[in-house]
Design a protein around this ligand. Structure first.
Ligand SMILES: C[S@@+](CC[C@H](N)C(=O)[O-])C[C@H]1O[C@@H](n2cnc3c(N)ncnc32)[C@H](O)[C@@H]1O
Length: 248
């Protein structure tokens, strides 16, 4: 995400579930040997590597220097580029653009979809999963209320569209939606500190310096009755999955 960098170490040590759930999205992509594919918002590269294992030629693109640095270290034979999804370009049009768990970080969705459409060959496909309408609503409501109580705005600026909203956007850029699904996926978080670690991973930019600890503990306590079962934390994910084809 452009407005901050990511902690790739915390991401790989405690948030592997992000790319593990993304394996299903690679299945939806159905990468084939010889295809050219962009992995947009590739993070530390695990799904780009999975796509490459099918014999496709992959370029992983991400705007975080830390994530791209880690991806290059993890998979030195693959190609990774530091670029923003709102502005990325490809040397030659590609067979597919893939994206997992990245597009909700970019409120300027029309800019991203315009770049995706420009990157695809005619008949090329766009396969993505990201947060859909209502994603992590309980976490955001609790965190926002606690931040406000501490005199902070608690503004997340994320993009969680409905199927209708996102399909219209894709269609307006010549991408025909062939399949879409919005579904709930309560996602188990690692360990007793799972919720705190999730907030630190994905929303540390919101946490006030001096009151960081208080905000984290109060948010945990507010969420515990709803999102902690038998000592196990869950994030109230709702995911949007789409498969679209460039028709013009
Ligand atoms: C939760 S991670 C997902 C990474 C990877 N797709 C996976 O499944 O493990 C979200 C990624 O989106 C990237 N991202 C956020 N905003 C972006 C933007 N404007 N352009 C490119 N990448 C962006 C972040 O840097 C981060 O690596």
């Amino acid at each position: 995400m452009a407005r901050r960098d990511w902690d790739s170490e915390l991401y790989e040590s405690s948030h592997a579930f992000v790319w593990q759930f993304g394996a299903d999205v690679v299945e939806l992509l159905e990468p084939k040997a010889g295809e050219s594919i962009v992995d947009l918002g590739c993070g530390t590269g695990q799904l780009a590597a999975k796509i490459a294992a099918a014999g496709a030629s992959v370029v992983g693109i991400d705007s975080s220097p830390t994530m791209i640095g880690q991806a290059r270290q993890n998979f030195p034979k693959l190609t990774f580029q530091l670029a923003d999804a709102r502005e990325f370009c490809v040397a030659e049009p590609v067979d597919a653009v893939f994206s997992n768990a990245a597009l909700h970080w970019i409120p300027e969705a029309a800019e991203v979809v315009a770049r995706v459409a420009a990157a695809l060959k005619p008949g090329g496909r766009f396969v993505a999963e990201f947060g859909g309408r209502g994603n992590v609503e309980r976490i955001h409501t609790a965190l926002g209320a606690i931040l406000q109580a501490h005199g902070m705005p608690g503004e997340t600026r994320l993009y969680f569209p409905s199927i209708g909203e996102y399909s219209s956007l894709l269609e307006s850029h010549g991408l025909e939606v062939r399949w879409a699904q919005l579904f709930e996926r309560p996602t188990p978080l690692d360990g007793e500190d799972g919720m705190r670690s999730w907030i630190e991973m994905f929303h540390s930019y919101l946490l006030p310096g001096g009151e960081r600890e208080a905000v984290l503990s109060e948010t945990e306590e507010r969420l515990r009755p709803e999102l902690c079962r038998d000592g196990r934390w869950f994030a109230d994910y709702r995911r949007l999955r789409v498969r679209a084809v460039k028709i013009r």
